[in-house]
Ligand binder design. Structure first.
Ligand SMILES: Cc1cc2nc3c(=O)[nH]c(=O)nc-3n(C[C@H](O)[C@H](O)[C@H](O)COP(=O)(O)O)c2cc1C
Length: 419
């Protein structure tokens, strides 16, 4: 695969007229001072004619912005803020699957977070960004506590436009192992489904399978063939556990320690899977893992920032070149800290964006003074005069000849490199 470092397609300044730029700048400054933040999605629709509706897997969503699974989707309070801010969906923290007797083959991932630090990071290309350093991994509470979170989150989202999505880390075969622990898949999926139905949710339950970056550093992912087998078998196992039509499965693909061509191979495997083996959507791509990076006395941690987006965009460019409009539904994740970066992922096929780090920055990094972190982030993501989505959508409408009338986000998805 090309090691071209010119991985970005949206460089320099957005090509927009002075009138639009002045309206965006005015809105950015004026809304920042409001005591009650606006609903940003409907506000940009009214003021700038932007239709942000999109899809996540097969689910219609009002806008593509989502909370990625992690430390910011562990409590009902956090979910309530995201529902209030009108996010398209929220992926809850990853729970570690267990079987009926309480056994957890992936118990190494049920580690309590000790300290977490949001810090600046410079990419190999010299770009400044942010990363979150910590030693924790998955949900460390009980499964019952997680089910309680799922019920409350669905209750909070009922009647609102935000979709709630559980995330699970199930058993994965290790080198030398040949028996899948189907009991873990059965027990955990069914309990999640019960909680989902209890809360009045209808239709198939969306569920994400997390292949986390720390897997990259574990013995489990040492053998490429095993990893490929995981990607094929996991959707079947989750579906078989839930019953026909009861779940829709998204695979959150990790950044392995192998080269970019293996990343592409993983995406191809998911893309080409048929029947019960096929995932309903892909999430790409979880954070990088550095075996030598140290934090709090631990060697080997996950990280993000510009190296993560560079790698993801490089791989997704190739994937998009191969499959174009035939690509499976895709959600982008990784260093999405601006509207511009979100659109880089969208041009390569992502119809929604899962953010973690940008919802966690020190409050001085956001212009909006009131409201929740989620609202503060949306203010920047949409309206930043140089980096925001409004100016870059206008840029794309000029460069890509998008259909006239209201500018529709979905017309950008999978468009490919702008002319
Ligand atoms: C502190 C922290 C905890 C995370 N925990 C999870 C998790 O439990 N499950 C998961 O699928 N991803 C987890 N992630 C990955 C995020 O969901 C996200 O995909 C990744 O950080 C890339 O997005 P970002 O660059 O916006 O942070 C975590 C990330 C961070 C920073």
């Amino acid at each position: 695969m090309s090691s071209d470092t010119a991985v970005r397609w949206l460089n320099g300044a957005a090509d927009v007229g002075p009138e639009l730029l002045s309206r965006v700048t005015g809105a950015y400054e004026e809304l920042a001072l409001r005591e009650m933040p606006v609903n940003y999605h409907s506000w940009v629709e009214e003021e700038f004619g932007l239709d942000m509706s999109s899809v996540y897997g097969g689910y219609p969503i009002g806008n593509p912005w989502a909370k990625a699974s992690g430390q910011l989707s562990m409590t009902p309070q956090q979910v309530a803020e995201d529902v209030e801010a009108g996010l398209g969906y929220v992926v809850l923290k990853t729970v570690i699957a267990e079987s009926e007797d309480g056994g957890q083959s992936m118990s190494d991932w049920a580690i309590r977070e000790s300290r977490m630090q949001v810090e600046p990071i410079r990419s190999r290309r010299g770009e400044s960004g942010w990363t979150v350093s910590w030693k924790g991994r998955g949900w460390w509470g009980t499964l019952d506590e997680y089910l309680e979170l799922l019920r409350s989150a669905c209750g909070l989202a009922a009647g609102a436009a935000t979709l709630v999505v559980p995330s699970v880390k199930y058993h994965l075969l290790q080198p030398g192992e040949s028996e899948w622990l189907e009991s873990e898949y059965r027990f955990t999926t069914r309990r999640l489904l019960e909680a989902w139905r209890d809360s009045g949710s209808k239709g198939p339950m969306p569920i994400e399978k997390d292949f986390s970056p720390t897997l990259a550093g574990s013995e489990r992912s040492r053998v490429r063939e095993k990893v490929v087998e995981w990607l094929r078998r996991v959707p079947c196992l989750v579906r078989a556990a839930a019953g026909d039509g009861e779940v829709a499965v998204g695979l959150k693909v990790f950044n392995a320690l192998f080269d970019d061509s293996f990343q592409l191979e993983m995406l191809r495997v998911v893309q080409q899977a048929a029947g019960a083996e096929s995932a309903n959507w892909l999430v790409y791509g979880n954070r990088l893992f550095d075996p030598d990076r140290e934090f709090d006395g631990q060697r080997g941690i996950a990280y993000g920032g510009g190296d993560l987006s560079d790698r993801n965009l490089r791989v997704l460019s190739e994937f998009h070149k191969e499959y174009g409009a035939a690509m499976r539904p895709l959600a982008g994740t990784g260093d999405i800290c601006s509207g511009r970066m979100a659109l880089e992922y969208a041009l390569r096929g992502a119809s929604s964006f899962q953010l973690h780090t940008f919802f966690q920055l020190p409050s001085g990094q956001y212009a909006l003074r009131s409201g929740s972190r989620t609202q503060k982030a949306l203010h920047e993501l949409y309206l930043h005069p140089e980096e925001g989505l409004v100016v870059w959508m206008e840029h794309l409408s000029r460069r890509c000849g998008l259909p006239t009338g209201p500018l529709r986000f979905r017309d950008v998805v999978g468009h490919g490199r702008p002319g």
